[in-house]
Design a protein around this ligand. Structure first.
Ligand SMILES: Cc1cc2nc3c(=O)[nH]c(=O)nc-3n(C[C@H](O)[C@H](O)[C@H](O)COP(=O)(O)OP(=O)(O)OC[C@H]3O[C@@H](n4cnc5c(N)ncnc54)[C@H](O)[C@@H]3O)c2cc1C
Length: 560
């Protein structure tokens, strides 16, 4: 029986990104009947889809890769400190091939709907093309930044040139040489893209609604010798990531912001700004995330660094954010982004002064003038965190829709289970620690914990696990409380669920999307809950529990 003709699995994993790949690895190691479904035509998730020029990590490559296999760590050579998308995709394919995982994956399979069958304690999964599958456990590894959003502008279909969202950047090469290109948006993606293509196109016009703070990536190649040293230190590196809030190597400066002089603060900032990676954000004083005055002083410092890099003072002022402080949103890192605006062929249009009225056949029309172009790139981001969930019609007990339950924001238990939706597991769900940290570190924690829940049930013959009401309320209240102390609660960003292009996500309502307590605290909480027999989860069985622990390898899979 081929994967495409099987109708029942013990576990269906949706999503073949970093999370889905590790999830299926854990399952096949145990001999569990499982499959991965992905709407894409290949594995890799984020690194399969986002193929725009300049797309790369802002996590150090060697802290992003999987930690679970010593052999894998020995074999893979990261070529750059912050590796680029083609290399990241090669890495994930290498992992899948090394562990022979591809045969457990089905591509071009979009999950449209999933319904919990209460009498059988099974999920019924509807896949594009009309296929219906069933499974005991439905593991959603569908990503937190995987539902791209287009701006709500009139006339998008009327443009006669090439146009695409960065998520859908074509797989075949796009000839940008000598072309007039318009980029809409100045978020993390645009910041990478603009810097990369500025010297390759004839004209580049950037349409900016709100500037973002950004700081240098300071990337560099990794030589054979450096990689050998990294390999020798992998245990130390991953161990260090378990102790920092963001699961990066960058941990906060332990001095108090007000305990040191301004000169000492400047000395630290000068050093961090020139160092690779998130140091300027995460190795800074803790107060910058919570204290308006501390944040404002740092924001002024970064604004001055921008002014030093942009030749035209008017352009520099346009690139400095006024509506939020530095670091209260996930910080984009850049390579020569600000210098791109010193080029004669790069133009910045401030949409707050002259909004776009419509897309035309030839380009864009703002309230001021028309801009002709050959290519329009929509770098307009994602319906973040819950977008991919909202796009599946998920129905739990009594037909309750997850979309309805989360209409005003998600409610979860540990970001991994939802009351009313038994046997639905989300290793990196909304309100888990993944989104606010170095993702793969959170992914490994989440997958391992979800595996623990399933193993607990297999061992005891349970067929149903559901988060309890009180446990879900308590976790969600805890997530909300963590926002109260953070300046990020005031920012219009995906941490607070703001997206003017998604109906219902406009300004005015905070959605408590991510867990801000940091990795060490999150891991301590989930481990404690596991140690207490998954306190907060109600387990039951629709059949008399089978005798003793069940051998997973001999476990029969019902073929309907
Ligand atoms: C441009 C960019 C750069 C990033 N850089 C970093 C970084 O440097 N460091 C970091 O920690 N994080 C980074 N991230 C976050 C990144 O998303 C995670 O690091 C990680 O790749 C998430 O893996 P995942 O498996 O959870 O989800 P994803 O990689 O998003 O994979 C989800 C998969 O689910 C599939 N899917 C979704 N819905 C359905 C459905 N209904 N049916 C079938 N399939 C479905 C999608 O096709 C996709 O393949 C970046 C994100 C972006 C967009």
């Amino acid at each position: 029986m081929t994967e495409k003709t099987k109708l029942h699995y013990e576990v269906i994993v949706v999503g073949a990104g970093v999370a889905g790949i590790y999830q299926i690895k854990r399952l096949v190691d145990l001999g569990i009947e499982a499959t991965v479904l992905d709407s894409a035509n290949g594995l890799g998730g984020t690194w399969y889809w986002n193929r725009y020029p300049g797309c790369r990590f802002d996590s150090e490559s060697y802290t992003y890769g999987y930690s679970f296999s010593r052999e894998l760590l020995e074999e893979w050579h990261w070529k750059e400190r912050f590796s680029s998308q083609p290399e990241n995709l090669r890495y994930l394919n290498f992992v899948a091939d090394k562990f022979d995982l591809r045969r457990h994956m089905q591509f071009n399979c979009k999950v449209d709907a999933a319904r919990f069958d209460e009498t059988r304690n099974l999920w019924c999964v509807s896949v594009s093309g009309g296929r219906e599958l069933t499974c005991r456990f439905l593991v959603l590894a569908i990503g937190l930044l995987s539902a791209p959003t287009m701006p709500r502008i009139e006339g998008i279909d009327s443009f006669k040139g090439l146009s695409f969202h960065t998520y859908y950047w074509p797989h075949e090469p796009v000839d940008i040489a000598g072309k007039k290109v318009a980029v809409i948006g100045t978020g993390a993606t645009a910041i990478q893209l603009i810097a990369e293509i500025a010297d390759k196109v004839a004209e580049l016009t950037v349409f900016q609604r709100r500037p973002n703070w950004s700081a240098p990536l300071n990337n560099s190649p990794i030589s054979e010798e450096e990689m050998a040293d990294i390999r020798a230190r992998y245990d130390e590196i991953f161990e260090a990531c378990t102790h920092t809030p963001g699961a990066f190597l960058h941990g906060p400066d332990h001095r108090g912001f007000y305990e040191v002089t301004r000169e000492e603060r400047l000395e630290l900032w000068d050093k961090l700004y020139d160092e690779p990676g998130f140091g300027i954000w995460l190795a800074n004083f803790r107060e910058i995330f919570m204290d308006e005055a501390a944040n404002s002083e740092l924001s002024k410092y970064i604004a001055d660094r921008i002014r030093q890099r942009v030749s035209d003072p008017k352009v520099a002022e346009k690139l400095i954010p006024r509506d939020h402080g530095f670091g209260v949103q996930r910080l984009p890192l850049e390579t020569n982004y600000y210098e791109a605006y010193n080029r004669d062929n790069v133009h910045l249009v401030n949409l707050q002064e002259t909004p776009i009225e419509r897309i035309t056949e030839k380009g864009l029309k703002t309230t001021e003038r028309e801009y002709d172009c050959d290519i329009i790139v929509y770098a307009t981001g994602f319906d973040a965190i819950t977008g991919a969930y909202d796009r599946i019609d998920i129905r739990g007990i009594g037909g309750e829709r997850l979309f309805e339950k989360w209409k005003d924001g998600p409610k979860t238990f540990l970001g991994m289970l939802v009351r009313g939706f038994p046997n639905l597991l989300m290793p990196t769900g909304p309100q888990s620690a993944s989104a606010s940290t170095n993702f793969p570190r959170g992914i490994e924690n989440g997958v391992n914990w979800c595996m623990g829940v399933m193993q607990y049930m297999w061992d005891r013959g349970y067929t149903r696990a559901e988060a309890m009401h009180e446990a879900e309320e308590r976790w969600t209240a805890h997530v909300v409380k963590m926002y109260e102390i953070m300046l990020m609660r005031k920012a219009k960003s995906w941490f607070t669920g703001y997206n003017s292009n998604v109906p219902g996500h406009e300004e005015g309502k905070i959605r408590y999307f991510v867990y801000n307590g940091g990795t060490p605290k999150f891991v301590a909480i989930i481990n404690d809950i596991a140690a207490k027999g998954y306190e907060g989860i109600a387990f039951s069985s629709n059949a008399p529990p089978e005798q003793g622990a069940m051998s997973l390898r001999t476990r029969n899979c019902v073929e309907s």
